[in-house]
Design a protein. Structure first.
Length: 437
């Protein structure tokens, strides 16, 4: 998979009389060779002994999705004594994140109010997206657009167009949305506060939020909605807050088309010494055209929490000479507000556990896949959890070690089988020669 390292362990057994040194080479085309490495590069293997060799494959994000052949060559003073063709496939990393505001606001009777949210393609290839919504009664909601594509590493702003009826009850409504790609579907929830309709004059430049929530000691990125109610575009629209130090926040300027809404990022960097509080703010919106607006708001300052969740994607049981190895693919997600460092797997049973990659760092809202290797577990199930360096731990997952067909070839046994066949052919050839003498 793009940007992920896979290590294939090979066991080399010396069934001959020469004890080395044996040089190890990997022969491949330029594209495949740049992804391959082997360790160690030289072996001293006594007769009848076995040593392990690790072949490492790490495709970059630019690697073409294809099958790549290569040769494993074992040489004795430049003379190849074992040559075997192998192949590996490069797959794309497919994932994405969705960034929503904590709360949206609309008024009864409003039509086609655009509520923004962001989708980021965190995979390694371009992906096609489709958005679905399932609104309650008396609330018309449509995605805008319903389908689009995003390049790898890029983000796109999308909207839901909301039209509450005049008889819809006021208050908080949770609207379920689903974002789909060809291989992934994620549920999202829009928290929409329906306000009473009003005959008051609507501001030409309107901030939709009445409150925002940020965390002390960590950077908090919020998406707030600004609506342009004029019949022409407004340029260089800027948002500022009175009531807190200017160093606590930063905002971006943007252009808003006529009679439309757009999301504006507000980044809060509140000092860690600030306690939990509800701070009154005056927000101000300005533009190059002189159109302005603003409102009173509440900034809720809270203390950040460290949280991590985990889910099992796949479990594979691989037979070994001494028993079996268990390979568990886990999706780790930072569901808190603090960065998590050095996330690793552990089990209270005390079995030997290895985590790949060895150093996992997760920003708030970030997810990644972790490969956990468990050597020779004795039972059919065992508890497993992920833990960060600050002690933040997931709930225990139950890993079932039921034997199942292994989907990939066991490179070690293939290598041993080939060496054994070569030895048998040699013995038969010698005996045939002796019959003719």
């Amino acid at each position: 998979m793009h940007n992920e390292e896979v290590v294939i362990p090979l066991r080399v057994r010396n069934t001959g009389e020469i004890e080395g040194p044996f040089d190890i080479e990997l022969n491949a085309g330029d594209n495949a060779y740049s992804m391959l490495s082997v360790w160690p590069g030289r072996l001293e293997v006594r007769q009848g002994d076995t040593q392990e060799v690790d072949v490492s494959i790490r495709p970059p994000s630019s690697a073409v999705l294809d099958a790549y052949p290569y040769q494993f060559v074992l040489s004795y003073y430049g003379v190849p004594v074992f040559v075997k063709n192998y192949c590996f496939n490069v797959y794309a990393k497919l994932n994405f994140t969705a960034d929503l505001q904590p709360n949206y606001q609309v008024r009864r009777g409003e039509v086609q109010v655009l509520l923004p949210f962001n989708i980021t393609n965190t995979g390694s290839v371009r992906q096609n997206f489709a958005v679905e919504v399932r609104p309650p009664a008396n609330l018309l909601v449509q995605p805008d657009p319903q389908a689009f594509a995003i390049d790898a590493g890029e983000a796109r702003q999308a909207f839901i167009a909301v039209s509450p009826s005049r008889i819809m009850p006021t208050g908080l409504v949770r609207v379920l949305g689903v974002i789909r790609t060809g291989s992934i579907a994620k549920a999202i929830f829009f928290n929409i506060t329906v306000l009473p309709s009003t005959d008051e004059q609507v501001q030409d430049l309107q901030l939709m939020q009445e409150s925002v929530r940020a965390y002390a000691g960590v950077e908090t990125r919020l998406l707030v909605t600004v609506r342009n109610n004029k019949d022409f575009a407004l340029h260089n629209v800027r948002l500022s807050f009175d009531g807190i130090p200017s160093g606590w926040y930063s905002t971006q300027s943007l252009t808003i088309q006529s009679r439309s809404s757009q999301g504006v990022y507000a980044v809060f960097s509140i000092p860690s010494g600030q306690g939990t509080a509800a701070l009154s703010l005056n927000s101000t919106l300005t533009s190059d055209e002189g159109v302005a607006g603003g409102r009173q708001m509440v900034l809720y300052v809270e203390q950040p929490q460290s949280k991590i969740s985990a889910s099992i994607v796949d479990i594979q049981v691989v037979p070994t000479q001494g028993g079996r190895d268990l390979f568990v693919r886990i999706i780790a997600s930072n569901t808190g507000q603090k960065p998590l460092y050095d996330v690793k797997a552990f089990s209270p049973t005390g079995f030997a556990i290895a985590t790949q990659p060895g150093q996992v760092f997760l920003q708030p809202g970030q997810s990644t896949e972790i490969l956990v290797t468990i050597n020779n577990p004795p039972g059919e199930s065992l508890p497993l959890a992920l833990q960060a360096s600050d002690g933040t731990t997931t709930e225990f997952l139950t890993v079932t070690a039921q034997p199942q067909p292994y989907q990939f070839p066991s490179w070690a046994w293939i290598l041993l089988a080939v060496l054994g066949i070569i030895a048998i052919i040699y013995v038969v050839f010698v005996r045939q020669q002796e019959q003719y003498v």
